[in-house]
Design a protein around this ligand. Sequence first.
Ligand code: SF4
Length: 476
Amino acid sequence: MPTISVFDMFKVGIGPSSSHTLGPWRIAQRFLRETLERHPAHSIKGFRYELLGSLALTGNGHATDKALCLAMLSEDPETIEPAIVDDLLHALNASRSVHIGSARVPFDPATDIVFCKNERHPAHANAIRCTARTAAGDATQTYFSLGGGFIAREDEGTQDQPQDRPLPTHPIHHAQDLLNAHVRTNEPISQIVRQNELCWRDAETIRRESLRLWDVMRQSVRRGCRNDGILPGGLEVHRRAPALLRDIVPDIEREDIDRLVHTVRRAEPAFEDLLRCVSCFAIAVNEENAAMGRVVTAPTNGAAGVIPAVLMYRACFAPDPISDEEIERFLLTAGQIGALFKQNATISAAMGGCQAEIGVSSAMAAAGLAELRGATPAQVLMAAEIAMEHHLGMTCDPVAGLVQIPCIERNAMGAVKAIAACTIAEQSDPTQARVSLDEVIAAMWETAVEMNERYKETSLGGLAVKLNVTVGLAEC
Ligand code: SF4
């Protein structure tokens, strides 16, 4: 099994989708790199990207075409300034060419990106057939977007490739391995995961990376709480995060994130206000995600609001301010839970529906919160199990292929369920639990395999057809 680091599970990028935006972006970057290894830039005559399966059906609303264009413009999802995306795309549409190395190569997004909505790759729901037209003839390679920004080339299969990393101190393939490591070491889960991460990076890097992720999450909450208006894409969805919090934080448009936390902490909100705050934090992140803003993939972009909302809940509503050490422990625990789902099931909605996105993020957040609250390792895993148990079977049916309805509100629900799952688990005796985390992961995968394709990020079923809204696609 590949060794997955917690820092593979969290990625900084821009919205709206990890499998349909970030993954295709990485695929185009890799295809460009591999093409240039075989063909000099001056011999390249053009490129063509054919989107198959779910990428064809919902790629338009998920900005797959934009991601490919930005990769062709040598931009990177981690560093690009979201505010310049539209200008870059306009310029590309006008010039219909890109710089590849020292050469200028024709590239017209209108004809060189094709949505093949009647074709699905037999091995994976998210595939891109990439072709470089060169002086020596066409060079074609197919890649898969595996979910969460992970990618693979067709000849590598549909699993992540083993990383070039030493074996960790505690090899973890199943939840039971975490419990066994705890019995051996008497350490909490976050410490066991930390010992593994120390095989790959030093303590300072672990802390620095954790805080960097938290800062990107906090800033996405802050921007989402400030930004009003209508989301792009044509559905006319109004942003709601600022209104949700305005009576608790009257000056919300002007608050920076530290003052916002301070104001909420002082407000001592009632239960309904607390629910509203958590919902607002989750919705804020995913409204930013829907507007191609910067977020942390956790473990996907569609579900990027759940973990920040639960961490903000801890930051705003616990007696003490949240510490750097707690942020690290939360992310280590949550990331390991996400890795278990990735290794033994899926975090791709195109493979498993929304249970693989919101369900997994809720399980991750529940475990992270339980770890911070001093739950035992068995209770931490129980919290993750409870959170997923009540997302089993949840379908993915984004209206008009946009990551807006039902996606944005689902983040609020995932965050609230995570807090409830944690609360139940920390008051429970895990020895009496009838369902283990490993069993619920196995059940989730079986449900994913048997789920009708219409409910796996195709916009061919559920709400997506009930609302009867369509987007125009170029078909091949
Ligand atoms: S319905 Fe769920 S899985 Fe599907 S795009 Fe929306 S958030 Fe992602």
